[in-house]
Design a protein around this ligand. Structure first.
Ligand code: DCP
Length: 220
C-alpha cells in the first residue's frame, strides 16, 4: 500500500539559493532524504527545445505551455514521496504550489498570460491539490531582497536569464510574501519556517544546520 512520508519544500525567489540549500542537506544526510532538485534540465530540453528560454524570449506566446510543463514535472516530484521504499523525508526544491501561487499568478497579473489560460491552469491546480499527495509538512522560505537575488542570478549567468530584471524579482518577491507571510492565498502547509538567505555562503550553511537539521531529524 502506498504510504505518505514527510515532505519539506524549499521556496524563495529566483537566485535566493535554493539549490545550494538542497545540495548541502543532500550531502549531509545521504540515504535519509529523498532529494528532488527542480527539473530545470527537463525544461530546457523538451523534444530538443529550450522551453525555459522560449518563455523568457516570448512570454506571451510560451508562458502557458511552460507553466503547464512545470506543473507536470513538479507533480512527479510530489508523487515520489509515496511508497514504502522511499526515504523517510522528501526534500523538494519548489513545488506545484509556487508554480501556481507565484509564477502563474504573476504572469496573469502582468497580462502576459491570457485569463482563459490562467483559469484552466488553476482548475488543474485545484484538481491536483485536492489529493493529499501534494500536501507539504514544512515549507522553508529562503527570504532575500530582490537586489541580492539579482546579484546572484548575474553571477551564475544562466543564458536564459540574461535579461532577467529587478522588476520581475520584485514582483515575485511580493507574491512569495503574500503567499507565505501574509497568507493571502491558501498555504499548503501549516508550518512555514522563514530564514534570512542574504548572508555569505558559509554563514548561511551554519544557520541552515542550526535551524533546519532539527526539523529534518524530527521526522525520523
Ligand atoms: N521558473 C518559472 N516558473 C516556475 C518555476 C521556475 O518561470 N514555475 C523559472 C525561473 C528561473 C528558473 O525557472 O528562471 C529556475 O527558477 P527557480 O527560482 O525555481 O530556481 P533557481 O535555480 O533560480 O533557484 P536558486 O537560485 O534559489 O537555487
Amino acid at each position: 500500500m502506498a504510504c505518505r512520508r514527510f515532505t519539506v519544500c524549499v521556496e524563495g525567489n529566483i537566485g535566493c539559493g535554493k539549490s545550494s540549500f538542497i545540495r548541502h542537506f543532500a550531502n549531509k544526510l545521504p540515504g535519509y532524504l529523498n532529494v528532488l532538485e527542480e527539473p530545470v534540465a527537463q525544461w530546457t530540453s523538451l523534444n530538443n527545445n529550450n522551453l525555459l528560454g522560449m518563455m523568457y524570449s516570448d512570454p506571451k506566446r510560451w508562458c502557458t505551455a511552460f507553466q503547464a510543463y512545470v506543473m507536470l514535472t513538479m507533480s512527479d516530484g510530489h508523487s515520489s514521496s509515496r511508497g514504502a521504499s522511499a526515504p523517510p523525508v522528501t526534500l523538494l526544491e519548489r513545488s506545484l504550489h509556487s508554480a501556481c501561487r507565484v509564477f502563474v499568478e504573476n504572469l496573469h497579473m502582468q497580462s502576459l498570460m491570457d485569463s482563459m489560460d490562467y483559469h484552466i491552469l488553476m482548475e488543474w491546480y485545484n484538481l491536483w491539490v485536492s489529493d493529499q499527495t501534494y500536501d507539504i509538512d514544512v515549507i522553508i522560505y529562503l527570504r532575500a531582497k530582490p537586489s541580492v537575488c539579482l546579484e546572484r542570478v548575474k553571477k551564475r549567468n544562466r543564458s536564459e536569464e540574461c535579461d532577467l530584471s529587478l522588476e520581475l524579482l520584485e514582483q515575485l518577491h511580493q507574491l512569495h510574501e503574500d503567499w507565505l507571510i501574509n497568507h493571502k492565498f491558501g498555504c499548503p502547509s501549516t508550518r512555514v519556517v522563514v530564514l534570512d538567505a542574504e548572508q555569505d555562503f558559509d554563514s548561511l550553511m551554519a544557520v541552515y544546520d542550526r535551524e533546519v537539521l532539527p526539523i529534518l531529524r524530527d521526522f525520523a
